[in-house]
Design a protein around this ligand. Structure first.
Ligand code: DGJ
Length: 717
């Protein structure tokens, strides 16, 4: 074989002359091989072993026809023959044949690229369908990125009924637990754990694109796995449309997870010469617990997913108008808010909903993207100039995929929304979804956004999406292609964003969907940050941040401080609210003209403090030291890349009986170094890195909703 012994991807032959591939990362390995029936068998995914020959032998997994029904260890199981476990592909051919039979053709290894890759080629045994399985190795993050390309090499259409990105297979072990991120509007990113029982657990989105309830992320761990230790496998699907992650445990304890575009109501006609590429499914393995799994994903996202223009930069402190003026924005109230925001050191002033069309409430105006002349008689120019004269840049809210029936756009183009003839067009938030599967509708959206950005000095766009799909019909679709809308819509959003970024490279984009209902690695590669949740209660923000950061980098998490209470009666002090919002990218959304002088001064100081440490927060390593789920005191720590600076946040929800006293073990510092610990105005203390990590930092804290921001700096030697 031509690969060197130390290549990231190597091919070796078993004693039976069967090819196997070892994909080696910094700490882990992923191994697969061809069996004597020409099927690709999964051999190993776990910590690196010493010898290639230790990784197993595909002959030990004979073809499925020799096995009891329903049992397979194939990398990419297709539907056809005696296979009953979750498969990745179901296709039907012109003559009515609905079974696929793939045979291994060849493989290509590319070790020369920054990220080495392996591509395995298959052909159908009879029909003109070829399939490529692609594996990209991101060694420093211990990640394998998988996807599939299907190519119609013949002259007849092939109908795809299911096309998943990958099946991940896990070792035969007992006691797996599945961790997922679930939630609802205003309560996103809730951590849920469940035992893996015989049968299936499905994490799914059927709403088109908006999904507070299910995240395309999973963790699967063995007994004893914690934040800092233990073995787990994890993955994230880079897709913003309908998806499925299906965890399956067979009666003989094989555990696998198949994921990709949901096959619910899915259909795709693969025309002659056409190809279909599935979204990437990123998978990782670690023996060091969830913290290490999150770190792998955070580093991968910053290095390879987030748009490169702003990926290495810090996110500006922003102000957003939504909670204060809602639809009632005008040049006077926005200028007043901007004056106050400017005094606090805000860097980006964002006007939310209400600035366009006849958008005086959520019942009208969506789709009419002209500046409302009553609210802004001279257009947006004077407000933008005012904001800029205060030293801030200007940002704007849009919801381009939607239309209110009460709009000029809908009156002119009632056929531009998804609908079925003879069925009600169900409204949600008084709006319908524009059919971005259509080229003319995509062009309309791109054109108005391009014009908006071209005609105004806008540095930031908050791209919102506020309802699920219903009646997903496309009556004028080309024959046999009406069910493609689920995929075409997402493709449309992606392509418009890609085009806009090319045309306006200096604009920062935020993805929003009624809070955090469209957060995933797919949209992340086209937008720079996410609005985590409409819920700005600081206690709830702690819980959601814990869940969010399991999968996504704090840099991409936007949260604001608003007026309290957000809901209910909880009114934590301003400092607590600021600290909770600071665990990532930070913004404000309160009624600043009503804030007292004292509150304004305190806010300005806190923002200064945040700016001084935000590079460490946004680009450092993140440690969930004490989970808010575990007790009254929670702690989050950030450490910059060279371990010179660390920021520790402590949040006490309430004291019970006495002052809360606890040693909090820090992480990620240099054991040999000495650090200066500065807790607000208290005298700073010099402590060794080893002591801070092994013994911890002694914390004495009292009261309800009390928080601290503690800076820890390495003492120069
Ligand atoms: C939903 C978002 O989550 C809010 O922040 C706000 O932008 C509204 N939409 C505006 O309609």
């Amino acid at each position: 074989m031509s690969e060197r012994k130390d290549s990231a991807i190597r091919c070796f032959e078993t004693a039976h002359g069967l090819p196997c591939w070892v994909l080696e990362m910094r700490d882990s390995a992923y191994v697969l091989g061809v069996d004597e029936n020409g099927l690709i068998q999964h051999l190993y995914w776990g910590a690196k072993l010493g010898l290639d020959s230790d990784y197993g032998n595909p002959a030990a997994f004979p073809g499925r026809s020799d096995r009891p029904e329903g049992i397979s260890n194939e990398e990419f199981l297709v539907w056809g023959g005696l296979s009953y476990t979750e498969h990745c592909l179901k296709a039907s051919f012109k003559d009515g044949v609905r079974a696929t039979s793939l045979l291994y053709d060849r493989a290509e290894i590319d070790n020369a690229s920054v990220h080495p890759s392996l591509t395995i080629f298959f052909n159908d045994a009879h029909y003109e369908l070829s399939v490529r399985l692609r594996y990209v190795v991101v060694s420093e993050c211990n990640l394998v990125v998988r996807n599939t390309v299907l190519v119609n090499t013949g002259n007849n259409p092939i109908d795809l009924e299911r096309t998943m990105s990958a099946t991940w297979r896990f070792p035969l072990r007992d006691g797996y637990t599945l961790r997922t991120l679930n939630g609802e509007w205003s309560a996103e990113f809730q951590i849920q754990e469940s035992p893996v029982v015989v049968g299936k657990q499905v994490i799914e989105r059927r709403t088109g694109s908006r999904g507070h309830d299910a995240q395309p992320w999973f963790g699967l761990h063995l007994p004893g796995t914690s934040e800092t230790s233990g073995e787990l496998w994890f993955g994230a699907l880079a897709y913003s449309g309908n998806f499925q992650l299906i965890l399956e445990r067979t009666a003989n304890n094989q555990v696998s997870l198949t994921g990709g575009i949901s096959d619910f109501d899915f259909g795709w006609r693969l025309g002659p010469g056409e190809s279909f590429e599935t979204p990437a499914f990123v998978g990782g393995h670690t023996t060091k617990g969830y913290e290490e799994a999150s770190r792998s994903l955070h580093e991968y996202e910053i290095a390879h997913v987030l748009p490169s223009r702003f990926a290495r930069e810090v996110r500006p402190v922003l102000y957003n108008s939504w909670y204060v003026t809602e639809f009632d924005v005008n040049v006077a109230n926005q200028s007043d808010a901007a004056d106050r925001a400017g005094q606090l050191g805000v860097e980006l002033f964002v006007m939310d909903d209400g600035w366009f069309g006849r958008r005086n409430h959520d019942r009208a105006g969506l789709g009419d993207w002209y500046v409302n002349p009553e609210k802004f008689p001279e257009g947006l120019g004077p407000l933008i100039d005012h904001v800029k004269s205060l030293g801030m840049s200007f940002g704007l809210w849009v919801e381009p995929e939607m239309v209110n029936p009460d709009s000029d756009l809908y009156r002119a183009h009632p056929d531009w929304v998804y609908h079925f003839p003879n069925r009600t067009r169900s409204e949600s938030r008084n709006q319908l979804v524009l059919n971005l599967s259509r080229r003319d509708v995509r062009d309309f959206v791109f054109d108005f956004m391009h014009r908006l950005l071209g005609e105004h000095d806008i540095s930031f766009i908050k791209w919102d999406m506020n309802r699920p799909f219903s009646e997903p019909g496309w009556p004028d679709a080309p024959e046999g292609r009406d069910r493609e809308i689920w995929v075409r819509h997402t493709e449309g959003v992606y392509s418009i964003l890609t085009q806009l970024r090319e045309a306006h490279p200096e604009v920062l984009f935020e993805s929003c969907s009624g809070g955090g209902a469209r957060v995933d690695l797919g949209i992340m590669s086209r937008t720079d940050q996410f609005w985590m949740s409409d819920n700005t209660d600081p206690v709830d923000q702690l819980f959601m941040t814990e869940g969010f950061t399991l999968a996504y980098a704090p840099l991409a998490r936007m949260a604001w401080v608003t007026d309290a209470p957000y809901a209910g009666n909880r009114v934590p002090p301003l400092e607590f609210r600021f600290h909770a919002a600071m665990l990532g990218a930070f913004g404000l959304g309160g009624n600043l003209p009503s804030w007292s002088q004292e509150e304004m001064e305190q806010a300005a100081q806190l923002i200064d403090r945040y700016k001084a440490v935000r590079r460490t927060i946004q680009h450092g390593r993140f440690y969930r030291l004490l989970s808010p789920r575990a007790g009254q005191l929670s702690a989050f720590q950030f450490v910059n890349q060279d371990r010179r600076e660390s920021v520790l946040f402590l949040f006490l929800l309430g004291s019970r009986y006495h002052t809360h006293r606890q040693w909090v073990n820090l992480r990620g510092l240099e054991s040999e170094a000495r650090y200066l610990v500065r807790d607000g105005d208290a005298p700073s203390e010099e402590v060794g890195g080893q002591a801070l990590m092994v013994r911890g930092l002694f914390v004495e804290i009292e009261g309800d909703y009390v928080s601290r921001l503690i800076c820890i700096e390495r003492v120069p030697q």
